[in-house]
Design a protein around this ligand. Structure first.
Ligand code: IMP
Length: 431
């Protein structure tokens, strides 16, 4: 039987999913993105060369991998073509390998204008979005006025829909936000000019996945962002606009959930977050600076510094529960090298009481006092270790304690950005 493996972020994104997808990809036939858009930044380092993918699945660097973009993704045609051009310059061909669902809803320039105008209007209360138009694009989808990928190929439908949508959004842009309107003709002209490049990528992604399943192929579902940015289960309203949790792998690709075999949750050995919103274990001190510096914690899409803090087991356990995570992959362990002691948050104290789960009402999160357990750090490097036994004893103990608190096995450990800097404890394809 082929294996269908979901790889997703168990924190606030940037856990290192791209590297893990790329690392496991040599054993899979296809990889599928099922939510998010080009707000994601998946960094791959192969033979010292860095590639940042935003929209195209992280398997693209494997020449035989089929790359699928499912219906749950919001797709900016221009961002897609820019990414394809960069890949081509680097000798990576997407020909006959990139397949996009007709049901993907598009991100168009008015979504970007709306996203930025809204954030500017919010002032201090801004979400800190990536400014890529993600939220407004998902709103259009739910409001049933979005343009879908498959509608790009009929000029009449495209013109009619664009006219209606611009009529609506330009009113908000000009009258409410006092911004420039988006003109129909140049937008239509741009879309018509790129259609020949996009057309060969049209696909029935659900059908392709069904075929892979029937023919016993391995497939990877690549999540973007992380569990705590999920529109329903995350730190609302400081979240992205899609479901980032495991159920979305099925919905966002058109594949039934019964056949998903493994849910691999990726978590850093500590925690980071970009943008606004609660972060109970944040460290605005020397520890935070150590993590930021050693981990090079700057957003790969926006370049913004990421906020840094200790590993939060309350939130990790919540992510395990929400996603039915079968095993964890702990990344960036080497960033903790050199710290004398390392804390992990095991419980929250709120209004004098102790909790093992986060409050649903995120307004209360600013009152949370994390309760920590302190573990011994290690002074020898873990960077580039290729087996568990090579790790310093204290690092092994740290991982074993995290595993015991999390309640699910650690399947993999990542000790550097290269593919080879990986330790497999339990093969995700055997799950
Ligand atoms: P949006 O997805 O651009 O609407 O941004 C909403 C929130 O999600 C902001 O806090 C962003 O910083 C965050 N976000 C979106 N994409 C990513 C990602 O790939 N990594 C980390 N944070 C992200």
């Amino acid at each position: 039987m082929g294996k269908f493996i979901v790889i997703l972020g168990a924190q606030w994104g940037d856990e290192g999913k791209g590297k893990i997808v790329d690392f496991l990809m040599h054993r899979a036939s296809a990889v599928v993105r099922f939510q998010g858009g080009h707000n994601a930044g998946h960094t791959l380092v192969i033979n010292g060369k860095k590639t940042i993918l935003k929209l195209i699945p992280s398997g693209i660097l494997h020449p035989n991998a089929q790359c699928l973009i499912g219906n749950g993704v919001v797709l900016s045609p221009n961002a897609l073509l820019e990414e394809i051009a960069i890949l081509k310059q680097n000798g990576v061909s997407i020909e006959n390998r990139l397949h996009i669902s007709d049901a993907c809803t598009l991100i168009l320039p008015y979504h970007v204008s709306l996203d930025r105008a809204r954030e500017a209007a919010k002032g201090d209360k801004k979400i800190g979005t990536t400014g890529r138009g993600i939220g407004p694009a998902y709103e259009d989808k739910v409001a049933r006025r979005a343009i879908r990928f498959g509608e790009l190929f009929d000029e009449k439908i495209l013109r009619n829909k664009l006219e209606d949508i611009l009529h609506y959004h330009n009113f908000i842009l000009t009258q409410y936000h006092h911004e420039e309107p988006i003109a129909l003709e140049p937008l239509l002209e741009n879309l018509l000019s790129i259609i020949p490049q996009l057309k060969p990528m049209r696909a029935d992604v659900a059908l392709l996945l069904d075929e892979y399943h029937r023919t016993n192929k391995n497939v990877i579902f690549e999540g973007a962002q992380g569990t705590l940015l999920d529109i329903d289960h995350g730190t609302y309203p400081y979240v992205t606009s899609s479901n980032t949790t495991a159920g979305a792998a099925a919905v966002g690709s058109g594949f039934g959930p019964r056949y998903l075999n493994t849910i691999l949750g990726i978590a850093k050995a500590y925690t980071t977050r970009v943008g606004s919103g609660p972060f109970p274990t944040e460290q605005n001190n020397e520890v935070g600076q150590h993590l930021s510096k050693q981990g090079n914690e700057f957003g790969s899409v926006t370049g913004r510094p990421r906020r840094c803090g200790y590993l939060d087991l309350v939130l990790l356990k919540r992510a395990i529960q929400l996603n039915s995570i079968s095993g964890l992959c702990i990344t960036k362990l080497d960033v903790l090298d050199g710290l004398k002691t390392i804390k992990v948050c095991t419980n929250y104290r709120l209004h004098g009481k102790e909790y093992q789960a986060p409050p649903i009402n995120t307004e209360e999160w600013s009152d949370i006092e994390p309760i920590y357990e302190e573990l011994e750090g290690w002074q020898a490097p873990t960077a580039h270790c290729r087996s568990f036994n090579e790790l310093p004893l204290q690092a092994q103990q740290y991982l074993l304690r995290v595993e015991a608190l999390a309640g699910v096995p650690i399947d993999m450990i990542s000790t550097g950005s290269e593919r080879e800097d990986s330790i497999i404890l339990r093969d995700p394809f055997e799950g």
